[in-house]
Design a protein around this ligand. Structure first.
Ligand code: URA
Length: 289
């Protein structure tokens, strides 16, 4: 839970074009922010600015329609090693444990999760205050890969795995081709360690997984690495259900260029400047598009 040297907060002290600043603050896409500027709705230090080349920095007061835009110097992007038992929401009306409890919200109130993991899924969950980055990473056109380790019931045969590779029919349509690998040897051991106690793993002492999962554990399970770029609801679980090998436990090991690595379960760390730059490239928000 440290802010490493060279973290995003340091980089955010740069001066940048006004439309980029507004997009990063989460106002809208860069293109839409250009329109907002040209319409005369933006002021910098009390002066209305309509020129798109205007540069602003952390000491400038930027307002849109009279409302102050949160300074980018406080911007933050982090990875959380999500434990099982937490819902991906910043506020749960049902009072369930939620990921908001695990990240530094009081320091960075505009942090939000980039996508979601099911309550029972563990692993890499990114958070950011940077609306443009979050939006870019989730946009389907950017095809950002996510890698999952799945502990599944039974022993999927090559034909079943090929179905996942080619794409399977789900109720919301065919899945895109996936990279799928049945793990054995050292890779399987690594997956076992990453998934931990499987359906019993929980950050709050609660138990997960029903009788069927425990029976499957007793009779032997398989470990599969799956890489997909789509992000449909419960997609990996539904893909394995479609081939008759339900998921017992699921863990996200990587998101785009980032791997979870040694981040301890239940803890977060701020991304380095290089990691944020890699995410920007993956999401098409590095200005090269
Ligand atoms: N796919 C799922 O089924 N669940 C997750 O949490 C993430 C991907």
């Amino acid at each position: 839970m440290v802010r490493p040297k060279g973290s995003e907060g340091h980089r955010a002290s740069e001066r940048m074009r006004l439309q980029k600043y507004l997009a990063r603050a989460g106002l809208a896409s860069r293109r839409a922010c250009e329109t907002i500027i040209v319409e005369g709705r933006v002021s910098v230090n009390g002066e209305v600015v309509t020129a798109l080349g205007t540069k602003v920095g952390p000491t400038d007061e930027v307002r849109v329609d009279g409302e102050v835009v949160e300074p980018l110097a406080q911007q933050m992007t982090l990875m959380l090693h999500k434990p099982a038992g937490y819902v991906t929401t910043m506020d749960d009306p049902q009072g369930r444990p939620c990921v908001a409890e695990l990240v530094p919200l009081s320091e960075h109130p505009s942090l939000y999760p980039i996508g979601r993991l099911d309550a029972d899924t563990t692993g890499l969950l990114l958070f950011t205050t940077d609306g443009e980055l979050g939006h870019g990473l989730l946009h389907p056109s950017h095809h950002v890969d996510k890698t999952y380790l799945a502990m599944v019931e039974g022993d999927p045969d090559p034909v079943a795995l090929d179905r996942l590779r080619a794409g399977v029919e789900l109720e919301d349509g065919m899945t895109a081709p996936a990279s799928v690998e049945l793990l054995d040897g050292a890779a399987r051991e690594e997956a076992v360690a990453a998934i931990g106690d499987g359906p019993q793993a929980s950050g709050n002492g609660r138990r997960h997984g029903g009788k069927r999962s425990r029976d499957a554990l007793a009779s032997g399970a398989s470990y599969v690495r799956v890489r997909i770029h789509e992000g449909r609801k419960r997609q990996v679980r539904r893909m394995f259900e479609a081939i008759g090998h339900p998921v017992i436990a699921l863990h996200r090991a990587s998101f785009g260029p980032l791997v979870l690595g040694g981040t301890v379960r239940g803890e977060w760390r701020e991304l380095t400047v290089d990691e944020v730059a890699a995410l920007r490239r993956a999401s098409g928000t590095d200005g090269s598009a």
